[in-house]
Design a binder for this molecule. Structure first.
Ligand SMILES: Cc1cc2nc3c(=O)[nH]c(=O)nc-3n(C[C@H](O)[C@H](O)[C@H](O)COP(=O)(O)OP(=O)(O)OC[C@H]3O[C@@H](n4cnc5c(N)ncnc54)[C@H](O)[C@@H]3O)c2cc1C
Ligand SMILES: *[C@@H]1O[C@H](CO)[C@@H](O)[C@H](O)[C@H]1NC(C)=O
Ligand SMILES: *[C@@H]1O[C@H](CO)[C@@H](O)[C@H](O)[C@H]1NC(C)=O
Ligand SMILES: *[C@@H]1O[C@H](CO)[C@@H](O)[C@H](O)[C@H]1NC(C)=O
Ligand SMILES: *[C@@H]1O[C@H](CO)[C@@H](O)[C@H](O)[C@H]1NC(C)=O
Ligand SMILES: *[C@@H]1O[C@H](CO)[C@@H](O)[C@H](O)[C@H]1NC(C)=O
Length: 630
């Protein structure tokens, strides 16, 4: 295969250049040379949530060697990473990661948010920590993800987390409860509820309830539909972010068998016939290609955009695409890079003429207040700094029936549409079959209790909405054999007109909540380009086309766990079809996007597949009682 001169130009990479990065206390950051000279049992491509979870668990067995290759650097414990009120950790993103022009969004291009750092999305994300509903996981199973229903995943949700219960009086006042039996208490991921809320939160909660939505209780018990107070992946005691580098890497005290190579990008998997025998990688900044040998498996965990890129560069993907770039076909799997979806989002700006002070904007607008609250956080670990800055504290997850009285009409219209009509032009017949199966289930979800819209108010000047179950599907395809170039990212956002109907319905639902008595007293007015006077649906559609963002950073489903005849790429053990020694372990394996943001499920699925692999190779685990085998 041909490579681009940009990265073939050999850049002398000194060992000092790699090791000058901050070295974690207990870790073994290796040099490219060490990686090249070692034959590893497992190589993990991508050190995000899934990659580090699995690497940590596999390396519990001291006889097993694991190398994680991560494109990004190690963070420096910046306050913007650790302190929720100092959010947003800007340097640790893939920039730019641009989409192709989006035809339904006025031809605009967008940046796809994704973490590029050891810990991946967990280092930069908004820390919302929620699980999906039982109904959605059931639908995964229907699509062929056998063993991925609620009951199978629950032990792993629990294993992954250390949930610390809130103060009971606070929980009551903030309108949430929890069911202890569904939570874990000795896992590595620290989960808790914020111990503070702005007063305006109450008005919105009450308004959402009076609009016809019920309070949820514990959203992590398997049904999150309704209004909830948000739980977060924040350490209860220190009130700092619990991210994957801390909870699945630095915990690995003195594990010489757990290697990490930051700042390097995997370019492809090397095969001997159909068996993976190594990976090829290079400095993310550009430089010579290097290789590392693998004895057992390559675990691809580069996120739903980069994982299909790596697979395609390795010869695993649609034959037509691979032929176009002269890449020898190792496995002709048309589903690699197909079925791409995310949760489009919008922000509706507001003027609140009679708002309650302080609110989330006060932090940005009043330096005295901001300083006071920072001091409060430092001294007593409470106040607005325990909340991700700018994030709302309540969410309304609204089923379609509760969102619009036109729900039945919308579903009927969707049923009449030809499923193939809005898919990318050259969609493979097997991928189309898989989509038909997904569409059938999604329309059932629209008719049931599965939420379609996530609506929130930040207590100040913006309402954010996520569209949870789009019908549109896009694709990720390489545009070059240069692994450092961005693939063609085409989410095809809003291409299916039913998605537009859903967004209009959600926009009107948001307006309904904001006009309930408890919000109305605050004098909310939609600001430009919206406006309460705009009620014409065609006009709303025109406005929405200008403001919809394709992503909530919940990219998924580009190497789906479905049968091959439905365009699937991995089996229920996450093994890639038609090759030996390759699994896809990140959110690419999801058959369909879930209501909940991905973090909780990604940690849990990492735990689950680690157990599958350990069982297969008869690996040891660390035990709670300190014994080295159990
Ligand atoms: C800004 C933002 C906000 C978010 N907010 C939330 C939230 O509040 N709650 C929630 O649950 N989820 C949230 N998410 C989503 C969540 O963080 C991701 O879904 C999750 O991290 C996915 O885990 P993963 O293991 O699939 O991939 P990631 O965690 O993204 O890890 C993939 C890793 O692979 C690396 N990589 C990519 N290509 C290569 C290559 N070629 N070689 C080597 N390494 C490579 C990347 O740099 C990255 O570190 C947010 C994400 C972002 C970006
Ligand atoms: C769980 O969190 C509590 C509260 O912060 C802490 O005391 C405890 O040590 C944690 N347990 C684990 C296993 O991390
Ligand atoms: C809790 O819910 C009740 C009833 O809907 C409401 O009156 C109250 O303001 C809410 N409190 C918060 C903090 O949202
Ligand atoms: C949706 O509305 C119905 C009928 O009013 C109600 O019974 C149900 O609880 C609501 N669902 C949610 C998730 O709020
Ligand atoms: C700014 O915050 C301080 C401290 O909370 C408060 O005393 C002051 O009134 C605020 N100023 C304005 C203009 O709201
Ligand atoms: C795709 O590749 C072609 C040919 O090299 C190039 O002209 C085009 O700009 C690339 N597209 C993107 C979005 O990178």
């Amino acid at each position: 295969m041909k490579f681009h001169p940009v990265f073939l130009a050999a850049v002398a990479l000194t060992e000092a250049a790699t090791t000058q990065r901050r070295t974690p206390k207990f870790a073994t950051v290796v040099t490219p040379r060490t990686a090249q000279d070692t034959a590893y049992d497992f190589i993990v491509a991508g050190g995000g949530i899934s990659g580090l979870t699995v690497a940590d668990r596999l390396s519990e067995d001291p006889s097993v060697s694991v190398l994680v290759i991560e494109a990004g650097p190690i963070d420096n414990n910046e306050e913007s990473v650790l302190i929720p009120g100092k959010y947003f950790p800007v340097p640790y993103l893939w920039l730019p990661l641009l989409t192709v022009p989006q035809t339904a969004l006025n031809g605009k291009i967008f940046n796809m948010p994704a973490g590029k750092v050891v810990g991946g999305g967990s280092v930069v994300n908004a820390m919302v920590f929620v699980r999906p509903g039982k109904d959605e996981l059931k639908d995964w199973e229907t699509l062929g993800a056998t063993g991925w229903d609620w009951n199978s995943l629950l032990p792993y949700y629990k294993k992954s987390e250390n949930f610390t219960a809130p103060n009971a009086a606070f929980a009551k006042a903030a309108n949430f409860s929890y069911i202890d039996a569904v939570h874990g208490h000795d896992g590595p991921v620290q989960a808790s509820y914020p111990n503070f809320y702005f007063e305006g939160t109450k008005n919105w909660f009450e308004a959402a309830v009076s609009s016809g939505l019920r309070p949820v209780g514990d959203p992590n018990a398997g049904n999150g539909a309704g209004v909830m107070f948000i739980s977060t992946v924040v350490d209860f005691t220190s009130r700092t972010r619990s991210h994957a580098r801390l909870n699945h890497y630095e915990v690995a005290k003195t594990r010489p068998n757990y290697h990490l190579l930051p700042g390097h990008s995997v370019s492809r998997i090397i095969f001997d016939r159909k068996k993976a025998v190594g990976v090829e990688y290079l400095p993310t900044a550009g430089g010579a290609l290097l290789t590392a040998k693998v004895k057992k498996e390559v675990l691809v965990a580069a996120g739903a955009i980069h994982t299909p890129q790596i697979l395609q560069l390795s010869g695993i993907g649609p034959k037509k695409l691979l032929d176009k770039f002269g890449i020898p076909v190792v496995a002709d799997l048309p589903g690699v890079g197909a079925n791409f979806h995310d949760q489009p989002s919008i922000i509706i700006p507001y003027r609140i003429t009679n708002n309650i002070q302080p609110n989330t904007a006060t932090l940005n607008e009043n330096a005295t207040y901001d300083a006071e609250q920072r001091a409060r956080y430092d001294q007593s670990k409470t106040g607005p700094y325990v909340i991700t800055r700018g994030l709302s504290q309540n969410l309304a997850l609204s089923p379609l029936r509760n969102t619009t009285s036109k729900w039945a009409e919308i579903v009927a219209a969707a049923r009449r549409n030809d499923p193939s009509k809005y898919l990318p032009a050259d969609t493979h017949p097997t991928v189309l079959e898989g989509y038909k199966a997904q569409r059938k289930l999604t329309l059932k979800q629209y008719e049931g209790e599965t939420p379609v819209a996530m609506i929130s108010w930040d207590t100040a000047n913006s309402n954010r909405m996520y569209f949870l179950r789009p019908l549109s599907r896009g694709s990720i395809t390489i545009n070059s054999t240069n692994p450092l170039l961005v693939p063609l990212i085409d989410p095809q956002t809003m291409v299916d007109p039913i998605d537009v109907d859903l967004i209009v319905a959600s926009t009107l639902k948001n307006r309904q909540i904001m006009m309930q008595p408890m919000m109305k007293v605050l004098g909310p007015e939609e600001a430009s380009p919206f406006g309460n006077h705009i009620t014409d649906e065609a006009e709303l559609k025109r406005i929405l086309a200008g403001v919809v963002e394709p992503s909530s950073a919940h990219q998924c489903c580009t190497a789906a766990m479905m049968p091959k005849n439905l365009g699937g790429v991995v089996d229920p053990d996450m093994k890639v079809y038609d090759v030996k020694g390759v699994r896809v372990i990140d959110t690419s394996y999801w058959p369909m996007v879930l209501t909940s943001a991905p973090t909780a499920t990604t940690y849990a699925s990492g735990e689950k597949v680690a157990d599958v692999i350990k069982k297969e190779y008869k690996l040891k685990s660390l035990c709670k009682n300190g014994k080295s085998s159990c």
